[in-house]
Design a protein. Structure first.
Length: 142
């Protein structure tokens, strides 16, 4: 009985060690937008909590967000950028995968707002994913 108990305890220790090793080996790297989030702590930087609550600004943000989510060719990163509208001026923030994707997001926002000069882009190209099909006249950043 005592030998059986010792074997069970030894097996548990071995299994626990294997599980701990597997968890450490499978840990994912830190998100690549951590530095961007630190930038957003600057009180002079527009953040999502500064989004104006007037109806026109809310509608602009909503329309841009819908246009981005509707475009299935965009990466998850592009779908999740921050869209902040203050008095009709839109700030776009966050990482995107390619230069082409950045231009696509900016174009969609400009189309909603009606003028590219009302778009303040702080989008950053991460260069992690290659462009699927470059637009004519554009080359993707890699």
């Amino acid at each position: 009985m005592k030998k059986l108990l010792i074997k069970i305890v030894c097996m548990q220790v071995v299994l626990f060690g294997a599980l701990t090793w597997a968890q450490e080996a499978g840990q994912s790297p830190a998100p690549d937008n951590s530095k961007t989030n630190q930038r957003d702590r600057n009180p002079n930087e527009p953040t999502a909590d500064q989004q104006k609550s007037n109806k026109s600004d809310r509608e602009v943000t909503r329309a841009i967000r819908r246009a981005l989510v509707k475009d299935k060719s965009l990466s998850t990163y592009a779908h999740n950028i921050k869209v902040i509208t203050e008095n009709g001026v839109v700030t776009l923030k966050g990482p995107v995968r390619t230069q082409e994707e950045k231009q696509s997001v900016e174009a969609k926002a400009a189309e909603v707002v009606g003028a590219p000069d009302k778009i303040h882009s702080e989008l950053e190209v991460t260069g992690v994913e290659a462009s699927k099909k470059p637009s004519p006249g554009h080359t993707a950043n890699r």
